[in-house]
Design a protein around this ligand. Structure first.
Ligand code: SF4
Length: 502
């Protein structure tokens, strides 16, 4: 790095949408000559991309910002910025608690980050950009113009030379119109807007040209995607087909889904198009109709279960993951039992469980009492996780002896740790055949196995020899070189025992 090169440190908290936003902001700054570094205290610009979904996530941001007070005193011209959902939700709170913060920018205005940094460096005090401009009160024309401006962020995407794009995200939708009573997203990310299909396909082609093999389409309610293409409506099932047809893309995933909007044409595409993986993340949030109603989720527990059954009928071997909130306002023991029953019935591959915490601005925060005691929330959380652990174990145990298709992502955590220790001891790091690699099956199971480092980025067939609830262990059967064309491996996998599911 040249001595006078500007540096940026960007830390990301929260969901995949934030991961993608950070990548795009970093791309913009790189184009302006910024070099990303890992030492926050030495950076010219420090950005924290924040999450507001839970109180705990915001506390983490504040503690990170607190840790920046001293570095800022030592380096007065350092620019500290808070971007993302927390910036949108509580700009005044951030400035009053953390006066050393210079920049606050909501997720709908991230294309303005470089200009805001320039303003600050030019001597102005503090810069702020919030997506009130994208509010639901804007006129359609205002919205269209403003949307074009934020769309520019995705359109300008330019991976850095050598950047690992093997598994890439593409945004297909912004915002959400569901207004679940516990959720802050419709306020921080604005109304639901689908990106034009042609932009998404162009982005997939660009990523495939740079080496992407797996694409994950992102949206808050991705299955409700709908856009106009030459005055014709494009719905999510068609978008999935079109992305799958991009040469070089071997796997397509999508997160996350809203159960109430899920239609069978998407299941049919999952069944018929080999590139679309047999994996569905579809948050249930609760198994109790009374709680679902108070959450303003627009489906019942029975409708949710019926959808899961239908998904399994259409796509044999599909793995299904879900989210749950425990201790939502007024949740009784009977409601909790109903959630346990639903989990037992649906037999998920994995679940994410969150203890309810009221978020300012939401309907639940305004109108409902947060009346489930913290220790009860903790207990219910544990109960759900321990039930799920048994289910996940029984699913992974059944895979022992089978051979699965794995996209090799890199070295396992243990291998990386061992390599780091070797480096610290000053030993030469030699890649041994016993180095553990890690990859993922089509059903999103993590597989650890010893293999040659040059298989990273390729598909491999791995025979499963052992399993825990969350990880499969195995031995390499074969890797697929670039010449061998990866499509041969999926055909092996499709004749194998069902992955995930029951
Ligand atoms: S569907 Fe509900 S939980 Fe999901 S982002 Fe929209 S409001 Fe939030």
């Amino acid at each position: 790095m040249q001595q006078d090169q500007k540096t940026v440190y960007l830390e990301t908290m929260g969901c995949q949408m934030n991961v993608l936003d950070s990548e795009l902001v970093l791309g913009q700054l790189r184009a302006l000559g910024y070099n990303p570094i890992e030492d926050m205290a030495r950076a010219d610009v420090v950005l924290i991309n924040t999450c507001s979904v839970r109180e705990h996530a915001e506390q983490k941001v504040l503690s990170r910002l607190g840790a920046l007070k001293k570095p800022k005193q030592a380096k007065r011209d350092m620019v500290i910025g808070v971007i993302g959902c927390m910036a949108e939700r509580d700009p005044d709170g951030i400035f009053s608690k953390m006066p050393h913060v210079d920049l606050v920018c909501g997720p709908g205005e991230l294309n303005k980050v470089p200009a805001l940094i320039e303003d600050i460096q030019a001597g102005r005090h503090r810069a702020i950009a919030l997506a009130q401009s994208l509010s639901r009160k804007s006129t359609p024309l205002q919205r269209a113009l403003e949307y074009d401006s934020v769309e520019a962020l995705d359109l300008a995407r330019e991976p850095a030379p050598g950047e690992n794009v093997l598994q890439s995200y593409i945004r297909v939708q912004r915002g959400c119109d569901k207004f679940c009573t516990f959720c802050v997203v419709p306020f921080t990310r604005g109304p639901e807007r689908s990106r034009p299909a042609s932009h998404i396909i162009d982005e997939a082609k660009m990523l495939a040209d740079r080496g992407a093999k797996e694409i994950t389409l992102l949206g808050q309610t991705v299955n409700s995607y709908v856009s106009q293409d030459d005055a014709r409506e494009v719905r999510f099932a068609e978008l999935l087909e079109r992305v799958s047809a991009v040469p070089g893309i071997e796997r397509v995933r999508f997160v996350t889904n809203y159960p109430g909007d899920f239609t069978d044409d998407i299941l049919a595409v999952m069944r018929d198009i080999p590139q679309v993986c047999e994996y569905l993340h579809i948050p249930a949030q609760s198994g109790s109709d009374a709680v679902l109603k108070r959450m303003r989720r627009q489906y019942s527990a029975a409708q949710y279960v019926e959808l899961i059954d239908r998904a399994r009928e259409y796509v044999p071997g599909i793995a299904i993951a879900s989210d749950f909130i425990v201790g939502f306002c007024g949740e009784t023991e009977a409601d909790h039992e109903a959630t346990l029953k639903l989990i037992e019935r649906c037999r998920f591959k994995n679940i994410f469980v969150f203890k309810y915490s009221p978020r300012p601005g939401t309907v639940a925060h305004k109108r409902e009492a947060d009346d489930v005691a913290e220790d009860v929330k903790r207990w219910r959380n544990m109960e759900l996780l321990s039930l799920q652990e048994g289910i996940a174990s029984s699913i992974t145990q059944r895979l022992i002896g089978s051979t699965v298709e794995v996209l090799v992502e890199g070295f396992s955590k243990a291998a990386l740790k061992a390599q780091e220790a070797e480096q610290t001891r000053g030993e030469e790091v030699g890649w041994r055949r016993s180095d553990q690699l890690v990859g993922r099956t089509r059903t999103d199971q993590i597989v650890v196995f010893p293999g040659p480092p040059d298989s990273i980025g390729s598909f491999a067939a791995v025979r499963i020899t052992a399993a825990t609830a969350l990880t499969l262990h195995g031995t390499l059967v074969k890797t697929c070189s670039a010449e061998e064309e990866v499509r041969t491996v999926p055909s092996i996998a499709r004749s194998l025992p069902v992955l995930g599911g029951v």
